[in-house]
Design a protein around this ligand. Structure first.
Ligand SMILES: [Zn+2]
Length: 296
């Protein structure tokens, strides 16, 4: 893929210091000129030295662009926040809090909180919209995350988390951390996430029988248990490639992910997948979301 996101060098050039980050926040929230809340005139706001604020050219009214954002009450510099966001967008397999701790010289707790909030914003920006539709093919599948290997450590295997995912070929992916892989749990998610008229491919029939019988989807399966992986254009290779990416991140970068936070991690991987054709937007959209909405 020829398109690339910003490099570290480009990041450093654009945000060399705290000042440049504060200016970015001001512009993102309020634009170049705004109607002053003090004198109600159209005004340019100038930077007030030594404070995180800008002041009205007419009446001196002050605006704090960090007010009401996640940046307001942290001692972490804006530049550190921006940099960690950049790392999340530049990585393929995620960013470990340990690594953030090491690079920024902050505590592990601070590093983890930053990462956690960034993941939540990625989930917010990405959203969970229905995918597919007439003429489109979706692949649906489940995977297991974490838990013990019953053969190795003798503990029961049922503490594994189940993740359901559905992907549009050449398009977006949506995932859900679910309680089980029964049809009763999975099918309602498919009905919510797959637009009517979609073709749906899965790797086993029994769980999904109602898709054709009751819900009118064109549903095809390959039988992995019989070592059938592709039949004509029927396969689940795309969702499996996505799972492989998530597993590389969770096993390689994060090592262990609690069920409580699993969905946020999944959102992070969805975010990068769904914006893979516009890598420059990954960082841009995240930067814009922080001052505009409150998430988490
Ligand atoms: Zn004013």
């Amino acid at each position: 893929m020829a398109r690339k996101g910003p490099t570290v060098r480009e990041f450093q050039k654009r945000f060399p210091d705290e000042e440049s980050c504060l200016n970015h926040l001001m512009r993102t929230r309020y634009g170049e000129r705004l109607t002053c809340m003090g004198c109600h005139k159209e005004a340019t706001f100038y930077r007030v030295k030594a404070r995180r604020c800008f002041t009205c050219e007419h009446c001196g009214y002050q605006v704090y662009p960090t007010a009401g954002t996640p940046f307001e009450k942290t001692r972490t510099s804006l530049r550190d926040w921006f940099y960690v966001m950049f790392l999340f967008c530049a990585s393929r397999n995620g960013v470990a809090a340990k690594e953030v701790q090491r690079q920024l010289g902050v505590t592990y707790k601070t590093a983890w909180r930053m990462c956690n909030l960034i993941r939540k914003y990625m989930g917010y920006v990405d959203g969970d919209y229905p995918i597919g539709g007439p003429g489109k093919t979706l692949e649906a599948d489940e995977m297991f995350v974490g838990g013990h290997d019953p053969h190795k450590d003798g503990k029961p295997a049922d503490d594994k988390a189940v993740v359901f995912g559905i992907i549009e070929r050449g398009g977006d992916v949506v995932t859900r951390h679910v309680q089980s892989r029964d049809a009763g749990t999975i099918v309602p998610h498919i009905l919510k996430l797959a637009k009517p008229g979609s073709k749906i491919h899965t790797d086993e029939a029994s769980n999904f029988r109602s898709l054709t019988e009751r819900h009118g989807f064109d549903h095809e399966t390959v039988d992995h248990s019989a070592k059938e992986y592709v039949r004509g254009d029927v396969h689940t290779n795309n969702i499996e490639a996505f799972w492989a990416n998530v597993k590389r991140g969770i096993n390689g970068t994060y090592v262990w992910v609690s069920k409580k936070h699993l969905q946020s991690y999944l959102h992070e991987f969805e975010y990068r997948h769904n914006l893979r054709q516009q890598p420059a937007l990954m960082f841009e959209l995240l930067l814009q979301a922080f001052p505009k909405v409150r998430v988490g």
